[in-house]
Design a protein around this ligand. Sequence first.
Ligand code: NAD
Length: 539
Amino acid sequence: MGLITNKRGVEVLRDRKISKSTSFTKEERQELGLRGLLPYSVGSQQKQINRVMTNIRRKESDIEKYIFLSALQDRNEQLFYKTIMQNFAELLPIIYTPTVGQVCKEFSQIYRNDKGFFLTPEDKGEIRQILDNWPEKEVKVVVITDGQRILGLGDLGANGMGIPIGKLSLYVAGGGIRPEFCMPIMFDVGTNNEAYLDDLLYLGYPHKRMVGEPYFELLDEFIVAIRDKFPDVLIQFEDFLTPNAYEILNKYQNQILCFNDDIQGTAAVALGGVLSASRISGIPFKDSTILFLGAGSAATGIADLMVSALIEEGLSEEEAHRRLWFVDIHGLLVKSRTDLLPHNLPYAHDAAPLNFIEAIKYLLPNILIGASGAGGTFTQEVIELMSEINHRPVIFALSNPTSKSECTAAEVYTYSNGTAIFASGSPFAEFEWQGKTYTTAQGNNVYIFPGIGLACIGMKPSHLPDDIFMVAASALANCIDQSELDAGRVYPNLTKLRFISLEIAKAVSLKLIELGLTKISKPADLHGYLEALMYNPEY
Ligand code: NAD
């Protein structure tokens, strides 16, 4: 029967890791003391998945679907993951963006069952000890946020816990990381969100945010403690405020096994999409002029990785920088501006201070990338201008959630007369226009991080230099097939996500070996080695 447990009766049914509910066979029911505790009919896992999907489709709101799925995760983990894997395109928008944004906003209202790990300033000096309360013996991937910049929604404090929980579900479903290896962490140092501080139901540390030295000291204590408890752990930093995100990444990137998903994960997925787009447009990546709307962590992370990729293609660092331009809330990044942040400085060019439209007319970009968190900023005028300049304008509207997207699929295809090569950060339904169906490719970081996680579990590297994200981006671009490119899609179908993750994990592992960052020697069959590590929730 294949199920090894000392548990009997309801204890089996209440253990989310082993429960198969109505799929327990007659023999298993006899052996595990389950007779009488389940209805007569023994159903296959597929039958259960069908039942789950029927129930989900009956729910009227996405948040109700999320709550239903979250409860399933608590009852029957294998069924939860198998259902997601089989219905990825339909359920990704429920377990992650855009629904997770609403979930975070309402976290204190819909809170039902404890998931994840919460740290607050009151834990100072005791974090290592408190980590022993975590029930799992081995943790290999941590996703941690302090909730200060959740998606494009701002400071959601402890309510941001929906993000690490959601991301780790995607590590499992998309990369085959075992659920028990995953630990979502809320670094709850308070919130400056007045509405939450006034909300009696708010569940987080009810104080203004801890800032400065005490904040970084507490984070450092956590890093030391988690690495003491789980030495090979990969730490993914998620949704930190941009200046903090950079400070944390710069401090730890070359010291420990970590990365920042908003900066490096986004960069890899965007670069992968741009590499595919250049195969469609026919304009080589190294000859492209790229204009970003938004100059925060996401946009700058993308640009920094593009600089490395352009240098790899033979450009000098200066030439690479000249290909990349930014407009932020105050206009074009130019040298005369005095309000720029350190990460903006390499991209401040010698030019007049122009607004967005003027910048497009001046630069004639062939690629436009939105990571501004400002919905509707790719107006009809912007899209029409890009289409006048380019035969196939490349337009990526990466901001999340959907309300913050720089434009919609309908807008981009209509105003570009169907010529745009479009990718979005949020999901859009298929768009029918003038007898043609346009399927929007979603530039979702889920294409990248599960594969990185799998490689880290397999290779136990010391750290992840930027080269790793470049390799991941080109492995992603290599996963797209010609029929997808012909349809104008810059990302492969998400139904292939496990295959994509494995391909990325292989490419990343080889690079880690080449760079001498792992003590694990190259397995004779790397594919087989990594594939064998992948969790398969089938029974
Ligand atoms: P951020 O707050 O660090 O940066 C936002 C930037 O946009 C700032 O430079 C700001 O000046 C600029 N901006 C704001 N309003 C603007 C306007 N009206 N016009 C021009 N510029 C404007 O945020 P971030 O971390 O860089 O994230 C930005 C967005 O990217 C968010 O919506 C986030 O959800 C999204 N994002 C998407 C992905 C993805 O699709 N893969 C990944 C990460 C982040």
